[in-house]
Structure formats: structure tokens, C-alpha cells
Design a binder for this molecule. Structure first.
Ligand code: FES
Length: 144
């Protein structure tokens, strides 16, 4: 039985699963073979989302310059995602709806099984043209 647990653990490290809420879609990916979507860091939550047809807004192209890729980590401890760096923390401070488990999808590299929620207001906000939702200046208005 121990060998089964060990193999299962190794498999999960090699082929992490990411569940995106609220759609409740789970995808597996092999970081060694998944193509780089060229938005955000390679194997980031954004990279995984784009490679699997999951809509995760990324107004700045995954350059840690907006907060539209904001996600909330629902399960998976800190070892399942890369450690937050200072530039992500600084940018995240501007995210509306910030929580203690918030991350930027373009900066958080997936290292193991994790479940993240894409805030529904975030999905709607950008797709509806970025009009005011009384979130202050956290997200700049769209360019005309
Ligand atoms: S896409 Fe802009 S900060 Fe992540």
C-alpha cells in the first residue's frame, strides 16, 4: 500500500490538477510538455487556463501590471503554488476583493493540485468593458 501512495504522490507532483471555480472545471497538465501560452509565467495558473480553454482575464498580458487575473485559492497549500514575490504582492494590494488567499494567476506557478476561484465580478467586469463598479481606481478604465 505504501508504494501505491508514493506513486500516487509522485504522479500528482508530475501531473498537477487545477480546478477552476465557479465553473468547477478540473484540468491536468504535464509542465514538461504543456506549451507556453506566452502570457504570464510558464506553468502559471494563467498559462494553465489559456492552454485548457478556461477564461481568465489578463488585461496586461500576464505582466503583473493589472489585477484582472486575480484568483482566490480555495484549496492547496502554499507548496502547491510558487511563493509570492514582491512585485506580485505589491500589485495584488490594488486588487478589489483582496483576500488572504488571493493570488495573481499570471504570477502563481502551479506545483501541485490546487483549486482556485475566479471571482465572478472579475469575469464580468472586463468583458463588459471595464465600466465602474465602485471599485475605485483598482482597475484602470479601458483605453479608447
Ligand atoms: S494579467 Fe495583469 S496582473 Fe496578471
Amino acid at each position: 500500500m505504501e508504494i501505491v501512495k508514493l506513486l500516487s504522490s509522485l504522479y500528482n507532483e508530475i501531473v498537477p490538477k487545477v480546478t477552476f471555480l465557479p465553473a468547477n472545471v478540473t484540468v491536468e497538465f504535464d509542465p514538461a510538455t504543456m506549451p507556453f501560452a506566452e502570457h504570464g509565467k510558464q506553468a502559471s495558473l494563467l498559462d494553465v487556463a489559456i492552454n485548457n480553454g478556461i477564461t481568465l482575464e489578463h488585461a496586461c498580458g500576464g505582466n503583473c501590471a493589472c489585477t484582472t487575473c486575480h484568483v482566490i485559492v480555495k484549496s492547496g497549500d502554499e507548496q502547491q503554488l510558487s511563493e509570492m514575490e514582491d512585485d506580485e504582492a505589491d500589485r495584488l494590494d490594488m486588487a478589489p476583493g483582496l483576500t488572504l488567499r488571493s493570488r495573481l494567476g499570471c504570477m502563481a506557478i502551479v506545483k501541485g493540485d490546487v483549486t482556485v476561484e475566479i471571482p465572478t465580478w472579475n469575469i464580468n467586469y472586463i468583458s463588459e468593458g471595464g465600466a465602474s463598479m465602485n471599485m475605485g481606481d483598482a482597475i484602470p478604465p479601458p483605453k479608447k
